[in-house]
Write a protein that binds this ligand. Structure first.
Ligand code: GLY
Length: 341
């Protein structure tokens, strides 16, 4: 097991890569605790969970909303959770985002931690203290920053993960490589077949390296005033693709990263070979690089992006593989890109 730390204004977080769900109990710093998990995890791993009240939610992006949050508040009250109760979210990004938000707001905030059960949440969603839900169809519009006290990334849980969910995790790993670590890009290019086979050594390295990149950035800029925006590489178009096509997040950001790479090339920041290299790696990771979608709806979704500031958006481009830069791009320019897509 390897561990990393985030020391933020909103709290400190220990990320434990390679720790096991079965060892969860030793990290819970309270006598009273409640688990929030989803029906899949609860069915597969109930036998491995410590004895306590368990609040089960269903799955899917459509349940990541305030109705689910309210129903969890009610259940916490039913089980008489109080300010001393520790809450543990066990699941993927949806469970962790909702649990973090519930724990940060229930009784003005209680302590919490996560066991991250999907590749996407191990490499991204559960790490970094962003909590929240979607609202009126827009992603993560309601939420807060607050660090989980621990995040257990149990690699063995990935063996029961549906393949399309594994691929989504590869999307976020590739994102970290493109924005901050060219050696991770080389490693992925050499080892994508072993990654598909869930080779433990390869997956452990991919998770650890991703968390190193993410935690380094979060330690510099927890509340996304500058540097952390780089973690949104591929997300301006990615979120719009996700919203307009219903594609899974990791797939949609793969398409978004290709658009951002092409734009970086158009702006003279990277050579055409780098765009090809990015596309090839994403294809080898079995991720989509193009999509058919309604252009007006795409533009509408981008205009409602929370990264928008007036007529500009902070857009993440590449100034080389492993070197992201943030540039303001006008909505007009994005409109032209969408028209060309
Ligand atoms: N997923 C991007 C971030 O946590 O900032």
């Amino acid at each position: 097991m390897k561990s990393l730390e985030i020391n933020g204004i909103t709290g400190n977080s220990k990320i434990l890569v390679g720790e096991k769900l079965q060892n969860l109990k030793k990290y819970i710093p309270a006598d009273k605790f409640v688990i929030i998990t989803d029906c899949n995890v609860n069915k597969l791993y109930r036998k491995d969970l410590p004895v306590c009240d368990i609040i089960e939610i269903t799955t899917g992006e459509q349940i990541k909303n305030l109705d689910t949050v309210q129903s969890i508040y009610s259940k916490l009250m039913d089980v008489e959770a109080d300010r001393s109760t520790f809450i543990i979210g066990i699941g993927g990004g949806i469970v962790c985002d909702i649990t973090g938000f519930v724990a940060s707001t229930y009784m003005r905030g209680v302590r919490f931690g996560f066991v991250s059960s999907t590749l996407l949440s191990q490499v991204d969603a559960s790490v970094g203290g962003k909590n929240g839900v979607n609202f009126h169809g827009y992603k993560n519009i309601i939420g807060n920053f607050n660090q989980p006290e621990f995040v257990i990334c149990d690699i063995s849980l990935l063996n029961t993960l549906p393949q399309k969910e594994v691929l989504c995790g590869f999307g976020e790993i590739a994102k970290h490589a493109f924005l901050g670590d060219s050696s991770l890009c080389d490693f992925l290019e050499k080892n994508y077949q072993k990654a598909h086979a869930l080779d433990e050594e390869v997956i452990s390295r991919l998770v650890y390296d991703s968390v190193v990149i993410k935690s380094t950035i979060v330690n510099l800029d927890e509340k996304e005033k500058g540097e952390r925006k780089k973690l949104n590489f591929g997300h301006t178009f990615g979120h719009a693709v996700e919203k307009t096509t219903g594609m899974l997040h990791g797939q949609a950001i793969s398409v978004g990263m290709v658009v951002a790479a092409k734009l970086s090339h158009q702006k003279g920041l990277i050579p055409h070979q780098d765009v090809i290299r990015i596309e090839e790696l994403l294809k080898n990771l079995r991720l989509p690089v193009t999509v058919m979608t309604n252009k007006n709806k795409m533009l509408d979704a981008i205009k409602k992006d929370k990264k928008r500031k007036g007529m500009d958006i902070d857009f993440v481009l590449l100034n080389g593989i492993g070197n992201a830069v943030i540039e303001k791009i006008s909505i007009k320019e994005l409109e032209a890109i969408i028209a060309d897509m």
